[in-house]
Ligand binder design. Structure first.
Ligand SMILES: *Cc1c(COP(=O)(O)O)cnc(C)c1O
Length: 365
């Protein structure tokens, strides 16, 4: 059985490019705490994304957790259970209560029709996810937030580089976070960023990612340690040089899957409806009643052939053991239905055509 194929493979610059980038660190001995590489990466991201206010973090999760903290929220936050653990944990770890809203069958993002009935006098924010890079119904979500005076903070971990109405997707709402984890479209080994509207949030985040230290003699925040180090930033700067090409190559892989799997009854393919999709994932929805195999059978068959797909996002976060049945997944029936039928297939820039063909052959056999 040849080499194992994983659902993703981290993008890397050449060894020469990276070593050239980090050489000066051996002169400066400046390894972390907002050094030269950190500042350069921040500046380059601002230019690439077209955003005004950005703050870098050691990972995407802490950028979300500390961004929620910076808004000093209380009570309940309306969110989706069809996401990675990070989204829900960031809410709970802030002492807030997640209120789970169902998703749309069309693109798996938060269903704006179902938000208003969940708003109570304790609700302070909405935390939607641009899941798989599918952009939420920003307009309707923000109209609801405005009507009830709620904050909107997007988990944009999957939506790096995408635009909405010609503008960086992270420029909407009060704030958005990106993840630069090794497994994401764009990586800085581990890393994350928060993009926000109000300048004062930047000062708050700067403090919170450095233990709440305001200056040498004043500590006025209960912060964490979430600073991006120089090696991460240097990797980010290198990978940013190649990101457009990476996305172009991802598109070719996704297109090959789409060509091979289109028109098959019982398989729903991703639609990539964003203005400039980043092809972060290839989620395939399997209707066992129509197609001749279930999601789990496809997953197992691929695994037997050395191909590791993922059941993203199964299980729903509102079923996690750590919440001791506090939430009822029957309250989000569409999300529950999708989570039992979805599988994400391997997708990365240099995934070879013959492997894509092999995966499709196994699915269609
Ligand atoms: C990856 C991810 C995160 C967390 O990012 P890390 O950089 O891994 O900490 C948050 N939300 C979603 C939806 C993710 O997929």
């Amino acid at each position: 059985m040849g080499e194992v194929i994983n659902v993703t493979k981290s993008s890397m610059p050449s060894l020469e490019e990276y070593t050239e980038e980090i050489k000066d660190i051996w002169e400066s001995h400046w390894l972390t705490n907002m050094g030269k590489h950190h500042d350069e990466f921040e500046q380059k991201l601002k230019e690439y994304l077209g955003t005004e206010h950005i703050s870098l973090f050691v990972n995407g999760h802490l950028s979300l957790e500390l961004t929620l903290q910076a808004f000093d929220l209380s009570g309940e936050v309306i969110t989706t259970p069809f996401t990675f653990a990070s989204t829900t944990h960031a809410i709970v770890r802030n002492g807030l209560t997640p209120v789970f809203c169902d998703i749309r069958e069309s693109d798996y993002t938060l269903d704006p029709e179902k938000i208003e009935s969940l708003i109570t006098d304790r609700t302070t924010a909405i935390l939607p996810v641009h899941v798989y890079g599918n952009i939420c119904d920003i307009e309707r979500i923000e109209a609801i937030a405005k009507k009830y005076g709620l904050r909107v903070i997007y988990d944009a971990a999957h939506a790096f580089g995408e635009k909405y109405k010609g503008n960086c997707v992270a420029n909407y709402g009060d704030a958005s976070i990106f993840s630069f984890h090794a497994t994401k479209v764009f990586n800085s080994i581990e890393g994350g960023a928060s993009i926000f509207r109000e300048k004062r949030i930047g000062a708050e985040l700067k403090k919170l990612k450095n233990f709440g230290i305001r200056d040498e003699e004043v500590v006025d925040g209960i912060g964490s340690n979430a600073k991006m180090n120089e090696f991460q930033a240097a990797m980010g700067v290198c990978n940013l040089r190649h990101i457009d090409d990476e996305i172009k190559r991802r598109k070719q892989v996704a297109q090959r899957y789409l060509d091979r799997l289109k028109g098959v009854e019982g398989l729903k393919l991703p639609q990539y409806k964003a203005e400039n999709p980043n092809y972060a994932y290839f989620p395939l929805l399997v209707d066992e009643k129509v197609f001749n195999k279930s999601r789990n059978e496809i997953y197992d068959l691929l695994k037997q052939n050395g191909i590791n797909s993922r059941k993203y996002f199964y299980p729903l976060t509102n079923t996690y053991e750590c919440f001791h049945r506090k939430f009822n997944p029957d309250d989000t029936p569409v999300a529950l239905h999708i989570s039992k039928r979805i599988i994400t297939l391997p997708l990365f820039a240099d995934l070879k055509d013959d492997i894509v063909d092999k995966i499709c052959d196994i699915i269609l056999a």
